[in-house]
Design a protein around this ligand. Structure first.
Ligand code: PEP
Ligand code: CO
Length: 420
């Protein structure tokens, strides 16, 4: 499918080009910037309008049926792991977890990978200290390299094109894995998703559906707005509010009910069931205080959103012994179950989980087969945040799938140094 002219017309209104955007690279004077943008504008769409209609239809049933959603994958994908073999292994993890959730609950489970485009990371600190040297932070393979040298950390716009090509390779494997979906409204994926962070990239992958005339984001099926860029008058919200794709939005512990209502209005002005997925990521200690008034406000306003728990990003701690970022499975399970209690306690559906999870027995989070901090260095390969391994993620799924309200305990405090 070719660019049908959604962005080629200079009279197009593109508010995201003028609105403030956090977390953007300063690469516009790079000699390759314009040429890379031209290639992206002319490139084939990575997802089709038919696929988006299919997913939208499936997500609308999530708001009215017992269908669940499992969204998972890397914190940051690597360009070097976009091979067929790596992708098959990632899809296998997602399938196993979704199948386990289905076995436990009897519900259909829609699978959504943090895959085929999750190449850009927002960072709390723009620089990091390497001995005496202060170097720019790693921002994902779409921008720079994880290699800890000043040269490798310079943002290079040509990486946007590599990200497009890598996304295309992963999309092909995911599409084959889905098989022919035809017109069945209950297809369970796997669909692609990533944080739509880099406006230079995303805005050049807007396309127009020749049948409906609608503008859609052709970089992924389900883009989401991250916690650091969810400003209601910012570029990211304007962009995702304008596309036909279903969209997500992270909701962190500083969000107020008013913030979230404004985000609902901006991201789902038509109040389309399942168009907007809200993804609270509060932290085990904060969710009990912050989430209830938000769920109450959204429910009272009647926004037909999907509620997913991200029990990872509010529970990141620094392991003092190893200097590695980690997360405790006990915190993750506690937040996920507290989320369920709160959402269901307000008569809404807790529709599932958004997690960071990896194949290959990684030792990045503590719990289950990774008993303590000293076990972390054994197989720590994340480019960014610590991911659950398959056993740990299965424990989380089982806790979710088996729990009944009476078994769940309220979130309690853990002493520690929370970083996220
Ligand atoms: C992420 O999902 O990797 C992420 C950065 O999340 P958040 O925006 O919630 O911090
Ligand atoms: Co992350």
């Amino acid at each position: 499918m070719h660019n049908a002219g959604a962005t080629g017309d200079p009279t197009d209104l593109r508010p995201w080009d003028r609105l403030p955007a956090q977390q953007q690279p300063d690469w516009h004077d790079h000699p390759a910037f314009e040429e890379t943008c031209r290639k992206l504008l002319a490139a084939d769409a990575l997802v089709t309008p038919a696929e988006l209609r299919h997913l939208s239809q499936t997500l609308s049933t999530v708001t009215t049926s017992d269908t669940l959603v499992l969204q998972g994958g890397d914190c940051a994908e690597s360009f070097h792991e976009c091979t067929d073999t790596h992708t098959a292994a990632k899809l296998d993890v997602l399938d196993r977890l979704a199948d386990r959730l289905h076995d436990l609950t009897g519900s259909p489970v829609v699978r959504v990978g943090r895959m085929a485009g999750q190449f850009a990371k927002p960072r709390s600190q723009a620089v990091e200290q390497r001995g005496a040297l202060s170097i720019p932070a790693f921002r994902g393979h779409m921008l720079n390299s994880e290699t800890a040298t000043p040269a490798a950390r310079v943002a290079d716009p040509q990486r946007m094109w590599r990200a497009y090509r890598a996304s295309d390779a992963v999309q092909r494997v995911m599409r084959a894995h889905r098989g022919p979906t035809g017109d069945t409204p209950d297809a369970t994926g796997p669909w692609s998703s990533h944080e739509a962070l880099i406006i230079d990239y995303e805005a050049r992958l807007l396309r127009r559906d020749p049948d409906s005339g609608a503008v859609y984001l052709a970089s992924t099926h389900l883009p989401w707005v991250g916690e650091r860029t969810r400003h209601v008058h910012g570029a990211h919200v304007a962009l995702l509010g304008a596309v036909a794709n279903p969209v997500g939005c992270k909701i962190g512990p500083t969000a107020t009910p008013e913030d979230v209502l404004r985000l609902c209005d901006a991201l789902d002005p038509g109040r389309t069931p399942g168009r907007l997925t809200l993804i609270p990521r509060m932290g085990r200690d904060r969710i009990g205080r912050v989430l209830p008034p938000i769920v109450r406000a959204v429910a009272t306003a009647g926004h037909p959103v999907i509620w997913l728990s991200d029990p990872m990003h509010g529970n990141t701690v620094m392991s003092r012994r190893t200097g590695l970022k980690t997360r405790y499975l006990t915190d993750i399970v506690a937040e996920a179950l507290a989320f369920r209690d709160i959402v269901e306690g307000h008569g809404q559906r807790a529709a599932g989980l958004h997690i960071e999870v990896a194949a290959g027995g990684v030792t990045e989070c503590i719990g289950g087969p990774v008993p303590g901090e000293e076990d972390l260095p054994r197989h720590y390969s994340s480019l960014c945040d610590p991911r659950l391994n398959l056993d740990q993620a299965t424990e989380l799924i089982e806790a979710w799938g088996k729990s009944t309200p009476a078994q769940r305990t309220p979130a309690v405090s853990r002493a520690g140094e929370y970083t996220g």
